[in-house]
Write a protein that binds this ligand. Structure first.
Ligand code: ATP
Length: 446
């Protein structure tokens, strides 16, 4: 396997060249740590989001979906603690103007006041607190009364809608609310491609439970979420739990574990998802700040209480990066001088499911191949390619993770069969065209 950060550099270049991910506003020189998903990237990320939605919402009757607005009442962020506390301690170098997060710096360098960038001594400022929320203005006048924030997490849209959802969907505790949406953080040290960006997407679920049953549910959600990452195809040896220590634990949190993924090299094991037992902190805060009761009435036992919340919070972009890093491999091919790059994505999340090639541009082969494309298109995303040698066409598809390549050859127009080549095993099956859709469908489910 190729080393790291080499792999990340190669991925950045592959993603741009093949249309997975582009730097935002590239023609203007780019925007700091904001990325755009191209034709293949948008499919990959959508497949990952759909998997999450299916696992969390569609396949369960105790979780409801929600799509709350990005802009919320500013009091929300006072209640949640983000106005007062969503800060990173910042250190600037007066010499080279580099900026660092004090909590992520080598404590020895911080203590000795030596800039990690230019190496000068005594040029670092004292740590200052910097709020990560993006501020903007609502309405025509830039007055302080109309300041609003771009949400730094999707969770608060769920908390403020707790009773709306519970009552309209007639749910009983325990139940959950899930949503996928954009979040914004003015990160000081963004980077590592789409690992830490200033605009990103979260997939969050808050599960409301009766106090006293919370640790049981917490354990259940921990296990379910780890299984989801394994089902996505992430290698078991790259996944771990990291338990928050007392110093890492938010003051209101009763327990917190991160699911970490080993990105390799200098990045190493990093959080991709957080599973938290938040107690009744959020609902109680919103009760206090809004003056509206956010209690649940248990009709069976005739009692009222503020539920506890088990939260699962995962970044769609960060998991997409994990899937890409996990899938990237370089291989030698027997009998060929050139190796191949393969994105060994699970077929169900691959952006293109099958590519169809006529072996030559004559003898009715392109027409037959086009007809196969038309037949399959309604069922799966497919690609047609007639340019270059077959070998080159295979390489192009391997590199973007297409699990199957279908070739129409001299025999095909006669007996209505085609070859189907498997991306990973390189095995080729001869399949009757009339059976093709069923053949592929059987291999694309997991
Ligand atoms: P970190 O310590 O990496 O900044 P966090 O603990 O602040 O993350 P949470 O607030 O728990 O992260 O957010 C939940 C998930 O959202 C993270 O596990 C991550 O997948 C994703 N996420 C958070 N911040 C970013 C970001 N700036 N860019 C991309 N994804 C992010």
């Amino acid at each position: 396997m190729a080393g790291f950060p080499e792999v990340m550099d190669k991925l950045v270049s592959l993603c741009k060249r093949r249309g997975f991910i582009f730097q935002s506003s590239e023609i203007y020189g780019g925007t700091g740590s904001v990325w755009d998903y191209g034709p293949l990237g948008v499919e990959l990320k959508k497949n990952i989001k759909d998997r999450w939605w299916n696992a969390m919402v569609r396949s369960r009757d105790d979780i409801e979906g929600l799509d709350a607005a990005i802009l919320m009442h500013p009091r929300t962020w006072e209640a949640s603690g983000h106005v007062a506390g969503f800060t990173d301690p910042l250190v600037d170098c007066k010499q080279c103007k580099a900026r660092f997060r004090a909590d992520k710096m080598d404590p020895k360098k911080l203590e000795a006041n030596v800039c990690p960038n230019c190496g000068n001594k005594g040029t670092l400022t004292e740590p200052r607190l910097f709020n990560l929320m993006f501020k903007t203005f609502m309405g025509a006048l830039e007055e302080s009364s109309s300041v609003v924030y771009l949400r730094p997490e999707t969770a608060q849209g769920i908390f403020v809608n707790f009773l709306n959802v519970q009552q309209s969907a007639r749910q009983k505790v325990p139940f959950g609310i899930a949503q996928i949406g954009k979040a914004f953080r003015n990160e000081i040290t963004p980077g590592n491609f789409i690992f830490r960006t200033r605009e990103f997407e979260q997939m969050e679920m808050q599960f409301f439970v009766e106090p006293g049953t919370d640790m049981e549910w917490f354990e259940q959600w921990k296990a379910l979420r780890m299984q989801w990452h394994l089902d996505l195809g992430l290698s078991p040896e790259r996944l771990e739990f990291h338990q928050h220590t007392d110093t890492e634990l938010a003051h209101y949190a009763r327990a917190a574990f991160d699911v970490t993924f080993d990105f390799g090299g200098t990045l190493g094991h990093q959080e991709i998802e957080g599973v938290h037992n938040r107690g009744d902190f959020d609902l109680s805060q919103h009760q206090q700040y809004s003056g509206k009761k956010l209690e649940y009435f248990d009709q069976v036992n005739n009692k009222r209480y503020v539920p506890y919340v088990i939260e699962t919070s995962v970044g769609a972009d960060r998991v997409t990066l994990a899937a890409l890093v996990n899938a990237y491999r370089e291989e030698t091919v027997e009998g060929e001088s050139e190796g191949r790059v393969v994105l060994g994505l699970k077929p169900s999340i691959a952006p293109i499911k099958a590519a169809i090639f006529p072996l030559t541009k004559k003898d009715g082969q392109p027409e037959m191949a086009r007809k196969i494309v038309d037949d399959l298109r309604g069922a799966f995303p497919v690609d047609y390619d007639e340019t270059g040698s077959i070998g080159k066409r295979y390489r192009r598809q391997d590199e973007v993770g297409t699990p199957f390549c279908i070739t129409v050859d001299g025999q095909s127009t006669g007996d209505q069969t085609v070859t189907v080549r498997n991306r990973d095993s390189l095995a080729q099956d001869r399949v009757d065209v009339s059976q093709l859709k069923g053949y592929l469908a059987g291999k694309l489910v997991d």
